[in-house]
Design a protein. Sequence first.
Length: 149
Amino acid sequence: MKVILALVLLALAPLVRAAGENDEDVAVPGLIPAGSFMLFYDTTGPLSFVANTPKDKPKGAPELGLVKGVSCQHGLSIPISANLRGTSITGAAGNGSFVKAIEEIKKKKPEVAGIYDVRTDQRVFAILGIYRKLCTEVTARAFGAAKQP
């Protein structure tokens, strides 16, 4: 029995890889997944974002503190069969991009001229695989326009 288990594990070994392995130079967009029969799909997800560092903050620009923006995509999947790998009808919509999250920051605080020290995260909320929400969160330090002498 142990020999059979060892052979099965050896057979599966090439299929397994560590999380984060071979993704150093590959940008993977955070798009909400779609099911088998897709009726509607109009989503935008984050791909890449070049962020400023504290050195890039203009001299004399006032510090505005920590800011946060969120943008989301929503998906709905209605199962039409009762098995585990069942067929479903799906649809997805929403803008979960970095651009939308930063627009939200500027909408909340119009005095923001730029951001730096940016951190991003993605949050998933799902209900039984039927409803799914994928949100991109951008948290950063903001600065205002530099005062002219």
